[in-house]
Design a protein around this ligand. Structure first.
Ligand code: SAH
Ligand code: SF4
Ligand code: F3S
Length: 476
């Protein structure tokens, strides 16, 4: 059975959900016509871009139901937390924030509180919410996203808690409304789920099996975005290099990338994430030969030691990884390289950690995203024993940052006095007189300029650098 047949939500299910969206809109309009203020919705997102993308669909549905987008939690009539389960920290934050809403709900029983996403796809978490957070009205997992309208309708009608954590391999549905963030950049999911089962990672358990969207649907979405003024898109998936495999087709991610480049109006294309074991020569070739593909690659290495990599079930060695990086650098000498690192994986010793430092020094990444290992119940690594103490893991982590900060700064310093093209995204969050945007390599550049430059590609001369960003002056 092809991916489409196995995962596609039947058209009658989508039609039913759209009918319910219209019914809720009617309820909201009737309430307004009686003089009540328009209701407002707020979605708070944790975790990765996949969740950001799901939240854009949730907000799209809510806006179609007649809700306005609230500016924050405090003025919202419906609050949804879209949660992440990848590390314990992310989970603790959600429980803390939910606890803080208890008082507000007791003062305003009409407030609707929902919790969804990866954490809720795990039954134990959903059960804990039901037991300890009785003020929560709606709990649903990642596989229930497309049923949100019917679940919300149930809450509105019954005013009793509704819980929907269905165990499936996941679904694909097209044509749901989407409410995107402002600015010239947009995220487009090309596939969902993950089949890799790295031994530390919860994602395959909460996001289901790999399933690719149809190429036609992706291209149509990109064309619509271009017609709306979008200039840069990031193609999203837990492992984009697996695109198409579930469909049993020869059309792969490299083919998709070259087809997306053909869409007029889109100037830049990024993608993430690539698994090192699957990055192909063909993909490197498409990246190198296509001007629109940004010269930036996020290639998570996780660890540098071969025993640790095996225990993580990453299915490549340090040498194989470095070989792929060498190929990428040979094809694109100016490429920006970034990675993810886990420090303190169970069993990792201080000597083994040195191999991670060695990878950093050999590759010279522009930025790394590093995490101390967090035990995820239900994953194979959760049963493995530690060698390092928490204190030792902290020491390794700090050393990692120290080594990397120096490299990041040096790599940025090499860009001083260069003129680069920046896509202006908006005003800087910390200084409203300064514009912010990104280079082709994905580096943040802050520079002075007026609002007319927002959404435009601007030539900027780099005048100063920081570890995390560049400072420049527009030259035209
Ligand atoms: N699919 C992507 C990203 C998945 S999650 C990939 O394969 O790269 C993002 C990052 O979180 C991972 O790359 C990993 O570095 C980190 N991560 C995942 N599980 C973790 C855990 N249990 N503890 C600490 N970090 C973890
Ligand atoms: Fe997790 Fe590995 Fe899948 Fe990435 S590839 S989501 S780290 S299991
Ligand atoms: Fe993403 Fe976190 Fe889920 S990293 S896929 S939101 S567990």
């Amino acid at each position: 059975m092809s991916g489409r047949e196995k995962f596609a939500l039947p058209p009658e299910v989508i039609a039913e959900q759209k009918r319910i969206i219209a019914d809720i809109r009617l309820i909201n309009e009737q309430s307004c016509s009686k003089g009540h203020a328009r209701k407002k919705a707020f979605v708070e997102t944790y975790g990765c871009q996949q969740n950001v993308s799901d939240s854009e669909i949730l907000m799209g549905m809510l806006v179609s139901m007649g809700y306005d987008e609230a500016s924050g939690k405090d003025d919202a009539d419906i609050i949804i937390y879209n949660t992440c389960a990848v590390r314990e920290n992310a989970e603790l934050k959600v429980f803390g924030n939910l606890g803080a809403l208890k008082h507000r709900k007791s003062k305003n029983p009409d407030l609707i509180i929902g919790v969804c996403g990866c954490m809720m796809q795990q039954k134990a978490n959903a059960d804990e919410i039901r037991r300890k957070y009785k003020h929560v009205d709606l709990v649903f997992g990642t596989h229930s996203l497309y049923y949100f309208p019917s679940l919300l309708m149930e809450v509105l009608k019954s005013r009793t808690p509704v819980i929907d954590v269905r165990q499936t391999d996941g679904a694909i549905a097209e044509d749901y409304p989407v409410r995107r963030g402002e600015g010239p950049c947009a995220w487009v999911s090309v596939m969902y789920g993950c089949n890799n089962f790295c031994s530390y990672c919860i994602v395959p358990y909460v996001r289901g099996r790999e399933r690719s969207r149809d190429k036609e649907a992706i291209i149509a979405e990109v064309k619509t975005l271009a017609s709306e003024g979008c200039k840069e898109i990031t193609l999203l998936g837990q492992n984009v290099n697996s695109y198409g495999k579930d469909k049993g087709s020869d059309y792969d991610f490299a083919d998709l990338l070259s087809d997306v480049c053909k869409v007029d109006g889109i100037e830049r294309i990024r993608f993430m994430t690539s698994h090192p074991k699957d990055i192909s020569d063909k993909l490197i070739e498409v990246m190198a030969s296509n001007k629109k593909v940004c010269k930036q690659l996020h290639l998570p290495v996780q660890a540098g030691n071969n025993r640790v990599l095996r225990s993580m079930n990453r299915r490549y060695t340090k040498e194989e990884y470095l070989e792929k990086i060498a190929k990428v650098k040979a094809a694109m000498p100016d490429i920006t390289l970034t990675t993810d690192i886990i420090v303190g994986f169970p069993g990792e010793t201080k000597e083994e950690f040195e191999d991670t430092i060695d990878v950093l020094k050999k590759v010279r990444y522009d930025t790394i995203f590093s995490f101390i290992y967090s035990r995820r119940p239900g994953t194979p690594a959760a049963k493995m024993e530690d060698v390092l103490t928490d204190e030792q893991k902290k020491e390794c982590f700090n050393r990692l940052l120290e080594v990397q900060d120096k490299i990041s700064y040096e790599k940025n310093a090499a860009l001083k006095d260069r003129e680069l093209t920046v896509l202006t995204e908006g005003y800087s969050k910390t200084d409203s007189a300064v514009l912010t945007g990104r280079t082709d390599g994905g580096k943040i550049v802050n520079f002075k300029g007026d609002a007319s430059l927002i959404g435009e590609l601007v030539r900027v001369k780099i005048t100063d650098v920081r570890t995390w960003s560049l400072i420049g002056e527009a030259t035209e």
